[in-house]
Write a protein that binds this ligand. Structure first.
Ligand SMILES: *Cc1c(COP(=O)(O)O)cnc(C)c1O
Length: 432
């Protein structure tokens, strides 16, 4: 649970925050050379310049979700305010990383933690750590001096994905397995440095898709051969308890994205797990010259990530779900009575575990297609992005189809639910 200070800040009005942010912005922008702490703290009403406006970048309504290309989440005011404070003072980066890691490990009930540039960055330095661990090499040896060394990451075919590239950076390669026998053989082959498990590829209550091996068995077999297991849980908070569930289950390393459900900076993430491995991962993280050097995590991201952890832990599982169901109800109400329209709320079991609204309709009745609605929403003012599962076959726990709009409500700002409802109604009834 958060301290009373945090909850107070969490509840503080937007105006208070703008004033605080303005103070920092003014201090950074207008002071000639050195800024004293007093100047930095002095309140001002300067709101900061709107660079989206200045650069001509359209702001959007995010009715999609925490998608990277849509800049993922917006930070809560209490997190932004902490970033603002941190931005005013230099520190020793190593001190900050070390203390931040210790603090997060304690709060998230694991042995060690590293603040990374994101989940993808976490996967890169996790792999590098395991490569070092398996081969007893220095972090500067990767990837150029690993010929003849162990370099295989063992992965189920159903768990292969775009983030495999994050593992390749240090010179690792993938051994793909399908059956239990494949897996046992791959572990026994003696080339494995790590296994990778894509958390959202498996349901909590059983195997999904074509994967044949569940978490418990996966861990047991790898550990029999002394191979550490990494779990990618990037988008899998909420529920909050996932932040310690998988390390508690025995995964040696677990990655989370900082800028998705955790609502920290978009370029931040967490690598949690066994201390001997997170320590190696930290060597590979910036500011060292290892594979993580280009994945710089600045003081603003480190502090923002730690503050986001505090923000998440200031919630209960219920309060973490916010007023998402109310927003779904607002949009549902707005499209009521349109011929052929049926609505439904779904909560994906793993990843993006929050209410999503499905709006099903018959284009033969409405006279508009899914593609036309998506275009109308995108080209209108303000531009609205629906969830990318709109018009797609079932995917990521969302049972959509060609004639289904998917509204992700959790990244909407206050009042945007009504706008989205109105605009979808207009699109479905050809009022645009
Ligand atoms: C988003 C995501 C990532 C990458 O996270 P970043 O924080 O953007 O680097 C990795 N794996 C999965 C499964 C994701 O959903």
């Amino acid at each position: 649970m958060g301290t009373s200070n945090q909850s107070q800040a969490h509840l503080s009005s937007r105006r208070d925050f703008v004033r605080l942010a303005g103070g920092a912005a003014a201090a950074l922008g207008s002071a000639p050379a050195l800024v004293s702490a007093e100047t930095a703290a002095a309140p001002t009403t300067h709101p900061g310049e709107d660079y989206y406006e200045k650069l001509g970048v359209p702001k959007i309504i995010n009715a999609a979700g925490t998608y990277t290309a849509l800049t993922a989440a917006c930070m809560p005011p209490v997190v932004l305010a902490a970033v603002q404070q941190a931005a005013l003072h230099p520190v020793r980066l190593h001190d900050l990383q070390t203390k931040a890691g210790e603090y997060v490990a304690k709060r998230l009930r694991c042995e060690g933690a590293v603040i990374t540039s994101g989940a993808s960055g976490a996967i890169s330095i996790a792999t590098a750590a395991c490569m070092q661990h398996a081969n007893n090499i220095r972090f500067l040896d990767m990837p150029q001096a690993i010929d003849g060394k162990k370099n295989q990451v063992i992965v189920q075919r159903a768990h292969r994905y775009g983030y495999d590239h994050a593992m390749f950076l240090c010179g690792a390669r993938v051994t793909e397995v399908v059956t239990r026998d494949d897996y046992k053989r791959a572990c026994a082959a003696g080339q494995g440095i790590m296994t990778n498990f894509f958390n959202a590829a498996e349901e909590e209550d059983g195997l999904a898709g074509t994967a044949q091996i569940g978490r418990e068995e996966w861990l047991r077999v790898a550990h029999e051969h002394g191979i550490p297991c990494h779990l990618d849980a990037a988008a899998d908070m909420p529920p909050i308890s996932n932040l310690w569930k998988y390390t508690g289950m025995g995964f040696d390393l677990v990655s989370f994205s900082g800028g998705k459900g955790m609502r920290g900076p978009q370029n931040a993430g967490l690598l949690l797990g066994k201390k001997h491995l997170t320590d190696l991962a930290a060597q590979n993280n910036n500011p060292g010259d290892g594979v993580g050097r280009g994945m710089k995590v600045a003081k603003e991201q480190i502090v923002g990530m730690v503050a986001a952890v505090d923000w998440v832990l200031s919630h209960t599982e219920e309060s973490m779900q916010g007023d998402y169901q109310k927003r779904v109800d607002v949009v549902t109400h707005a499209v009521k009575g349109i011929p052929s329209v049926r609505t439904e709320t779904v909560v994906p079991k793993i990843a993006n575990h929050v209410p999503h609204l499905l709006i099903r309709f018959d284009p033969a009745v409405t006279g508009v297609t899914t593609a036309q609605i998506v275009t109308a929403l995108r080209s209108g003012q303000p531009s609205i992005e629906l969830n990318p599962n709109t018009g797609h076959p079932p995917n990521q726990g969302i049972p959509s189809d060609a004639n289904t709009l998917v509204v992700g409500v959790w990244m909407l700002q206050p009042g945007e639910d009504a706008i989205v409802g109105r605009r979808i109604r207009a699109a479905l009834t050809k009022q645009v």
